[in-house]
Write a protein that binds this ligand. Structure first.
Ligand code: SF4
Ligand code: SF4
Length: 446
């Protein structure tokens, strides 16, 4: 694609990077077929190619974002399905991240939208505030239809998605869980912001399965939200502050007792952490640290796939519909490992039709773009139910919450299933569900 940036504009390293991305696009349009918003809405401006044009024009003119551009960029899920499809290697993620920063700097949103975004940005990344907000939302859940009727759809969506009861809090930092038996490795487990509040059982399962297989786990002091929630809102300053905080925490641990990996159970966070090197490339004080820590970052499934996990004595034979989170399959290109892990631990893995399409979760998308998110959820659940699974497994807390809101089939994090099949307890999402436990696995060879 031809571009017409001035030399002065290209002196800005961020614009120069986006120009390179824009020039790689050959307008072939292959990406449109796999873009969830184009598939649903059929509008070129809601396709990757259409958005690329809109972003190009906005950046070239160096003008404030227009309402039209904001609408179509806001509707983008950042699912990155387009990046998997694109034959020319267009790095859409970095382009849309840049566009979001430009929008945040130059566009004044309507008051309600501005307030909602400010609340989400202040609450979600902070464990304590998030927990309090969810408790309040739990009480106000019955009022969701009223808020929807008043036209306050994002508030209604927040209430609908909030769990009726919150699990007890877990320790989130500055704890070491020693390996059982001979120590084979030492890793940091990133707790993140949403998982410890909504699904602490995921973190507990990860710790159990890792320590049981000889891996020491540390929750480093000072780590927190990956920065992804605010990054996707274009709040660059807040996002980079979160990134630097995490880097300081992990570097201290890596340079202290050492780290073989930084493990992440929420693939949305993993995609962001693996991009830290890029996000801080222009910061001389942090660029090297960011690259070093990004290189250590691994999704939990990626790491577990490299361990010698035992095979269960008897296959449990439960049919699992595996939902590949977009951030995992498109953002990190991890597709084989989760399926292999489930098969190795005795589950029967079923592919979900249209598995490349997003479930509509996408960070805060299911609150801010409620209508599209609901349509994507209905489509995802219909596809999952076609394979008649006993369970649904995914590797991202956002997808777990979103899909659970649309089906009665239990939705479980993959690491909880691996833990269960290798000697851990039944995942809480299966309590009260009549499902036979997997046969106890043989002890691992350490
Ligand atoms: S598939 Fe790639 S090159 Fe083709 S239009 Fe989409 S982004 Fe551009
Ligand atoms: S990230 Fe997803 S929603 Fe956005 S343009 Fe690409 S495919 Fe479409």
């Amino acid at each position: 694609m031809q571009t017409s940036f001035s030399l002065a504009q290209l002196a800005d390293p961020n614009l120069a990077e986006s120009e390179k991305i824009l020039r790689a696009c050959v307008h072939c349009g292959f990406c449109t077929a796999t873009c969830p918003t184009y598939v649903l809405l059929g509008d070129e401006r809601d396709s990757p190619r259409g958005r690329i044009y809109l972003i190009k024009t906005m950046l070239e003119r160096d003008a404030p974002a227009t309402p039209d551009v904001v609408t179509h960029v806001d509707r983008c899920l950042s699912c990155l399905s387009c990046m998997t499809t694109c034959p020319s290697g267009v790095h859409y993620m970095h382009l849309v991240d840049h566009a979001r920063i430009h929008i945040e700097r130059t566009y004044r949103r309507p008051l309600l939208n501005r307030m909602l975004r400010a609340v989400l940005a202040a609450v979600i990344p902070n464990n304590r505030r998030f927990r309090t907000a969810l408790k309040l939302a739990g009480f106000a859940k019955p009022l969701a239809p009223l808020f929807a009727w008043l036209g306050l759809k994002p508030v209604a969506a927040m209430l609908r998605l909030a769990p009726a009861r919150l699990p007890a809090p877990v320790t989130a930092e500055n704890v070491v869980f020693p390996a059982v038996g001979r120590r084979r490795g030492r890793v940091a487990l990133m707790a993140g912001c949403v998982t410890p509040v909504i699904a602490p059982s995921v973190q507990e399962a990860a710790i159990r399965v890792l320590t049981r297989h000889g891996i020491e786990v540390v929750l480093p002091q000072g780590q927190g939200c990956c920065g992804g929630v605010v990054h996707h809102m274009g709040r660059e300053h807040d996002a980079l502050a979160a990134v630097r905080r995490n880097l300081d925490a992990w570097i201290a641990e890596a340079d202290g007792k050492g780290l073989d990996a930084i493990l992440i159970t929420a693939s949305g966070c993993g995609t962001t952490v693996k991009d830290y090197g890029f996000m801080l490339r222009n910061d001389p004080a942090f660029a090297g640290k960011a690259q070093r820590m990004s290189a250590l970052a691994k999704d939990i499934s990626e790491y577990l796939a490299g361990l010698d996990l035992p095979r269960p004595a008897t296959a449990p034979g439960l049919v699992v519909a595996y939902h590949g989170a977009c951030s995992l399959q498109h953002g990190q290109k991890i597709t084989r490992e989760p399926r292999e892990l489930l098969s190795r631990t005795g589950f029967v893995v079923k592919e979900v039709p249209e598995g490349h399409l997003c479930c509509g979760s996408a960070g805060t998308y299911n609150m801010l773009e409620d209508d599209i998110a609901k349509r994507l959820l209905a489509r995802k659940v219909a596809n999952i139910e076609k394979v008649r699974p006993d369970l649904i497994a995914a590797g991202n807390v956002g997808c777990l919450t979103q899909i659970a809101a649309g089906t009665a089939i239990p939705v479980v994090h993959l690491v909880e299933l691996v833990d269960w099949a290798t000697g851990g307890p039944k995942p809480p999402a299966l309590n009260g569900v009549s499902i036979v436990a997997p046969a106890r696995a043989a002890e691992p060879v350490l």
